[in-house]
Design a protein around this ligand. Sequence first.
Ligand SMILES: Nc1ncnc2c1ncn2[C@@H]1O[C@H](COP(=O)(O)OP(=O)(O)O)[C@@H](O)[C@H]1O
Ligand SMILES: [Mg+2]
Length: 262
Amino acid sequence: MGYVVVIHNQKGGTGKSTTATSLATLLSLIQRDVVLIDSDPQANATDAMGFKKRRERGGKGYAEFLTSKRTGRTIVKRRVQRSGQVGQVGVLSACREKLISLEAQLQHPLINLDTEAVADKLVDLADQHDYVIVDTAPGVTHLTVAALKAADVIICPMLPTEWAMEGIRQVYSTLEAVRESEVPVWPLLVMGSKNRATKQTLKTIREAYGDSVFENIIRRSGAVEGYEGRGKTMIQVRSTSTASQDYVAFTQEFLVRMESEG
Ligand SMILES: Nc1ncnc2c1ncn2[C@@H]1O[C@H](COP(=O)(O)OP(=O)(O)O)[C@@H](O)[C@H]1O
Ligand SMILES: [Mg+2]
């Protein structure tokens, strides 16, 4: 029995894909059975996991997982390595065209796939693994709604700005609209520094959301800017950067929350 962990914030550029890929990689390095789902047509997580464009068209990926019967065969295993540790992440990659077309089908009354059906598939998938980590697109898409319906926990990465609170509020109001049962939302401050804005944002979100806010923050690291485009996750490209170390500490904190008894 595993968990569906959804990485979501309606705003773009808040570190969702970096968090999703880093968390999935770090969990796999400590031998957790992880499936990373890229539900964003922009396919940033897919790129970071080293998929080449041509390969995606080979018929595997999240769109096929949702539409075909042989779902197990759509997960592609990626070997990851960091500081001598080796792991394997199962990936349901994003193909831009297919996800856009699927998004349209999810609204179609005659197609037998709605957000409930997608959510059921995610829950079933989590039953067969330890963690299903879903990276989401900015805004609220049908695929995001489906993931939120299936979620056991939602991680909301947010930047140290005045607008951060609005981001979490939007997550809560979307949740209210799409599901009845409560689900924990855990804010994670990313790209923080030693400045006033970071301190102020942390204070504000901790006052509002208390212990659900991750103790660890992810620092902004000049070393990781522009890590994209190498087909590797940030923590592998810059394994000694502050941001990378922060993701290790955050993953520990996440594990304590998920796996400690009582
Ligand atoms: N800790 C960090 N320090 C510096 N830059 C970062 C850090 N984390 C992410 N970035 C950069 O911020 C940008 C947005 O991150 P990304 O994970 O793609 O956000 P989202 O998926 O929410 O749009 C990317 O260009 C990424 O390289
Ligand atoms: Mg993204």
